[in-house]
Design a protein around this ligand. Structure first.
Ligand code: SF4
Length: 397
């Protein structure tokens, strides 16, 4: 197989791995009506549109890049029930040597087809050995080939602390996929992964290293960020379980973001007959996680149903506001920032803009809010403007 064919082969199932692609509705950008998309934008050339391994992505600093998402190897000795790469599944496997992948990437980079990398791998001869191959690849890219662009490196289950530290010295972002929210749920998805020791511990190490070592020792003089991913619904877990773990990670190991990948069955895996999870559930989980991260919401604020799930048809912020603000609307001219952030239609920028505008006079109508970037028709049922309720229809979603 020529290297480009190998890359196409290795990247073919990577849509299961959510990386830096914009996913879900980031409520922090609610004021921009940012319904994100994973499709390739028009700025991609026809050649790039066809390059299955390149995806439009937004970096942590907001920059848009063409991200190459791939595995170093699709050979894997583990047998996670949901995974297309699991051991024993019958399909053609492919593997790159570190220098082979690094050289190919640099050609794509120089041709402006790919600007950044998300690099993971199936596990062969143990997690530590596999991590070494990922680290070798990163070393070649950074040290020998002078690649200074974005690099997201996966930490393998079973990686050692020194390897985690080395990955942090080479990458802009490192990640460990927890897959499930706790030990019991993980056993139903990936019987040979050990939740606490193999998955949670590396995330703890990353945070310990960030706390104890100065940032100048790391790539580009910054501590890398960390993210994780869950297979939402794969283990019949509730949203409450997923969001409890997400909240804990954000508070205790400074997780930047959790990705949620709605389970869908893969042919020739033990879960092939399990029904797919509604992608809207993924969307609600993203919305709730942004509320926890950026909007001062607590788990107790989430509108969980008795079975511990979010209502699938309603934005969780809207559900909270219907319960808490309909009878007691918020006076926009007096509210504090944390209160403004609870109003549907008011995002982080909108709240700031309202505070600024109030220095120059009172806000009296919806058009003034609209000019500040607020989605005024969403906010209207929940606010007072100079003591009056604005005319509105209750938004349904
Ligand atoms: S270890 Fe990773 S690649 Fe291997 S079967 Fe599990 S999820 Fe798939």
């Amino acid at each position: 197989m020529n290297p480009l064919d190998t890359l196409v082969e290795l990247s073919s199932q990577m849509e299961l791995e959510h990386a830096e692609e914009a996913r879900g509705l980031d409520t922090s950008r609610e004021d921009q009506r940012d319904h994100s998309t994973t499709g390739k934008p028009a700025c991609f050339t026809p050649k790039e549109q066809r390059a299955a391994f390149v995806h439009p992505a937004q970096l942590p600093n907001g920059k848009q890049v063409k991200l190459l998402k791939t595995l170093l190897s699709s050979a894997c000795e583990r047998d996670c029930y949901y995974c297309p790469f699991r051991a024993g599944r019958d399909f053609r496997r492919a593997t790159f040597k570190p220098d082979e992948f690094a050289g190919l990437f640099m050609k794509l980079h120089q041709a402006n087809i790919a600007e950044g990398i998300f690099l993971s791998s199936g596990i062969a001869a143990g997690g530590a050995n596999t991590q070494n191959r990922l680290l070798d690849t990163a070393e070649i890219l950074r040290k020998r080939l002078g690649f200074r662009g974005y690099l997201h490196l996966k930490i393998m289950p079973g990686a050692e602390k020194g390897q985690v530290e080395r990955a942090m010295q080479l990458a802009d972002r490192v990640s460990v996929n927890l897959e499930a929210p706790n030990t019991e749920r993980l056993a139903r998805l990936a019987p040979h992964k050990v939740f606490l020791e193999e998955l949670l511990q590396p995330l703890r190490w990353v945070e310990e290293i960030r706390r104890t070592q100065p940032s100048y020792k790391f790539w580009n003089g910054r501590h890398p960020s960390t993210v994780t991913q869950f297979v939402a619904g794969g283990a019949d877990e509730s949203d409450l379980e997923l969001l409890t773990t997400t909240d804990w990670l954000m508070k205790n190991v400074r997780l930047k973001r959790a990705y949620f990948s709605a389970f869908h069955p893969i042919h020739d895996t033990p879960l092939e007959n399990k029904p797919a999870v509604d992608p809207l559930r993924e969307h609600r989980l993203y919305q709730a996680s942004f509320l926890l991260r950026d909007y001062g919401f607590d788990l107790e604020d989430m509108p969980f149903t008795p079975d511990g799930n979010l209502p699938i048809l309603t934005d969780p912020k809207l559900a909270w506001a219907r319960t808490n603000l309909i009878e007691r609307p918020l006076e926009i001219n007096r509210a504090e920032k944390r209160e403004l952030l609870r109003v549907p239609g008011i995002g982080l920028k909108g709240a700031e803009a309202i505070l600024q505008a109030r220095r120059h006079g009172r806000l009296r109508d919806l058009s003034s809010l609209r000019k500040l970037g607020v989605i005024s028709e969403r906010a209207a049922p929940f606010v007072l403007l100079d003591g009056r309720r604005p005319a509105s229809q209750l938004a349904m979603f």
